[in-house]
Design a protein around this ligand. Structure first.
Ligand code: MG
Length: 412
């Protein structure tokens, strides 16, 4: 690795990735892979059973040797959670971002650095998840072609990183308690419960009574309104680590009022769409804990910026999850290591919620035995290798874009 990187912070190191690259891009594949969740997850937004995933694969050559890189998109099956769903991400990648990357690479004569790639962001302002997938694929290509791992490149500590478990809403408290017991037996140091209007006090009280010392947090997923402020302040009696996103994502003012009224720390997730929104939410007192989701923030670069801002303000943060495959989940584990957070994140192994993960089993089992102590992958690239046979078997749609003889192509 370039020794001058040692003096830089992780965000600066990230933007330097790919500087001086000689990799030439030959083509780009966009896939939609159909996966299923092991257990349906019920939240205040509805029930999720399927997990379609959009993947981007770049292929090229560097000094005569083939190079490739993968990116995974966080977009879900529908727009109930993010404004961008898998179909939106697929179209933007196929019609706008993919061709723009091929064109930019052709003009420059090599794959852009992460800093140079940022120019493409403005082409898809409403598709942060698609852009983040492209960014991941470009970064993965650079890292694999230079033999570096993501954690080593950004200079993150070796870990360990703690993973918490998430339970959806249960109609039956007995079922909820037995699920929680199974997760605690597996070693998870934290439980996060999904709650909603009319489905909060009873389940929270039951779990808290059964586990008085448990690191317990709850997620309202925007289900509540201003009229629920008194009710939510009443959750103080359960000693929750935090109450996440009770109100609509655009309603920071009501979050600030609740934060002022309640002792329970308020955490934001859906509201945090950029480093700027994180800073303004903290400054107006709308939250005192931050959930970091790189894709929603606009990619790894913005996520590293948020990690740095929170660290400078001593604001606790934890890594959120989007039911990623083992690939993007490994990226989040690495970011958890970079952040130095001691709050367990939504980082349980993909095999614990997907019927079929897409990464190779050896890599996936790394750290999976002890969710309290995840060790970031040090294999070259952003995450562990995909199992190509499994990816192909679950691919429902595949589009290939080829590099054309654009301006400057082939003349160096
Ligand atoms: Mg959440």
């Amino acid at each position: 690795m370039d020794m001058t990187l040692d003096a830089l912070d992780p965000g600066e190191r990230w933007s330097r990735l790919g500087v001086g690259s000689t990799a030439v891009l030959l083509g780009l594949e966009i896939r939609r892979v159909e996966l299923k969740l092991t257990n349906p997850v019920r939240t205040s937004h509805g029930e999720h059973r399927r997990r379609p995933v959009v993947l981007v694969r770049l292929s090229g050559v560097d000094h005569g040797a083939p190079v490739e890189g993968w990116g995974e998109c966080a977009a879900l099956a529908d727009r109930s959670y993010d404004a961008e769903d898998v179909d939106d991400s697929f179209s933007i990648l196929e019609e706008t971002l993919g061709p723009a990357l091929l064109s930019a690479t052709s003009i420059a004569g090599h794959l852009p650095s992460l800093k140079a790639l940022g120019a493409l962001r403005s082409l898809a302002p409403d598709a942060p998840l698609a852009y983040a997938a492209l960014e991941m694929a470009v970064a993965d290509t650079h890292l694999r072609s230079t033999g570096s791992s993501f954690v080593d490149w950004i200079g993150a500590p070796a870990g360990p990183v703690r993973a918490g478990a998430v339970v959806g809403e249960f109609r039956d408290v007995g079922e909820l308690l037995s699920r929680v017991n199974v997760l605690l037996d597996q070693g998870y140091p934290r439980i996060k419960m999904k709650i909603g209007r009319g489905a909060d006090v009873e389940p929270i009280a039951a779990v808290r009574q059964a586990h008085p010392e448990l690191f317990l947090q709850v997620d309202g997923n925007e289900d509540y309104t201003e009229s629920d402020i008194d009710h939510l302040a009443g959750l103080d009696r359960y000693g929750l680590a935090c109450l996440e996103q009770p109100f609509h994502r655009d309603d920071l003012a009501t979050h600030a009022r609740l934060a002022h009224r309640a002792a329970t720390p308020i955490c934001l997730d859906e509201s945090l769409a950029s480093p700027e929104t994180v800073v303004s939410a903290l400054e107006m007192g709308a939250c005192s804990v931050v959930c970091v989701k790189p894709a929603r923030l606009g990619g790894i670069g913005p996520a590293l910026e948020v990690i740095q801002d929170c660290s400078a303000r001593s604001v606790p943060l934890w890594m959120g999850g989007m039911f990623e495959t083992g690939f993007a989940r490994a990226v989040n584990v690495a970011l958890g290591a970079a952040s130095g957070t001691d709050w367990p994140g939504d980082l349980s192994p993909a095999a614990s919620y997907l019927r079929q993960d897409l990464t190779v089993p050896q890599a996936r089992s790394l750290g999976a035995e002890d969710p309290g102590n995840l060790i970031p992958s040090r294999a070259p690239g952003m995450g562990p290798a995909f199992d190509r046979e499994v990816v192909d078997r679950h691919t429902a749609r595949l589009v290939r874009l080829e590099a054309g003889p654009g301006p400057g192509f082939g003349d160096g």
